[in-house]
Design a protein around this ligand. Structure first.
Ligand SMILES: [Zn+2]
Length: 221
């Protein structure tokens, strides 16, 4: 129903579906109520300690109940317009707080082949492509996921700490001296983005900034 509403009224809030306050919705990608409830106080951290190889971490929103529900609808009910709104939120956070950052390529954390086959799309890629489109920067796949068929939620805690070997650079891609914006859907510990950033830097990227729509890390709140 919200998906239909979004088709008819493209400025509807992706979280609550509200059509009120369209100017605010266009400015932040959320309605006034949801913006007040979910937007992080700090949306950008420079040299974030939890992603040591990244120059910046961008995370516009707090991962609270309504946003969690919107994320679920995006990932599992095919409401892909929500991904576009999420991409808009990241783009606006960059524009508002990080004008010095300049990117050559937007890329994303890859999904396992099994998850991709199940879902039909990679949520992080949808968000990344929206950011790329708004910023007029090319999107490119740069990474591949090695471990098959295990989502992060199914991993044991100890394994979450150890992401080494989970990702590789795609052999066909050349990112030497390129500045990269790497996106994911949410930041939990940051270990996935940290490992992917490490690999991108190792493959010759001049800089990596990471972005996720939402997260619960206290540094942003
Ligand atoms: Zn709302």
């Amino acid at each position: 129903m919200r998906g239909l509403k979004q088709l008819l009224f493209p400025t509807a809030c992706p979280i609550c579906g509200s059509l009120k306050d369209q100017a605010y919705t266009e400015e932040y990608g959320l309605c006034r109520n949801c913006a007040e409830k979910y937007l992080n106080k700090k949306q950008i951290l420079i040299m974030p300690a939890f992603v040591p190889d990244a120059v910046a971490a961008i995370c516009p929103a707090f991962y609270g109940e309504g946003l969690r529900d919107a994320m679920r609808r995006f990932k599992f009910s095919g409401e892909t317009y929500i991904g576009e709104c999420f991409g808009t939120m990241i783009y606006k956070a960059i524009c508002a707080g990080c004008k010095d950052l300049d990117f050559d390529i937007v890329t994303c954390v890859p999904l396992s082949e099994e998850r991709f086959a199940e879902r039909g799309f990679n949520q992080s890629e949808e968000v990344a492509k929206r950011v790329a489109k708004l910023a007029c920067i090319p999107f490119a796949q740069t990474l591949t996921r090695n471990m098959q068929g295990r989502s992060q939620s199914s991993l044991l805690t100890e394994e979450r700490q150890e992401k080494k070997g989970l990702f590789d650079i795609l052999p066909s891609i050349n990112i030497r001296n390129k500045s990269i914006l790497l996106t994911d859907d949410i930041i939990t510990t940051g270990s996935t983005l940290a490992e992917c950033s490490r690999i991108l830097k190792e493959a010759g990227a001049s800089s990596v900034a990471v972005a996720a729509v939402a997260g619960g890390r206290k540094e942003f709140i």
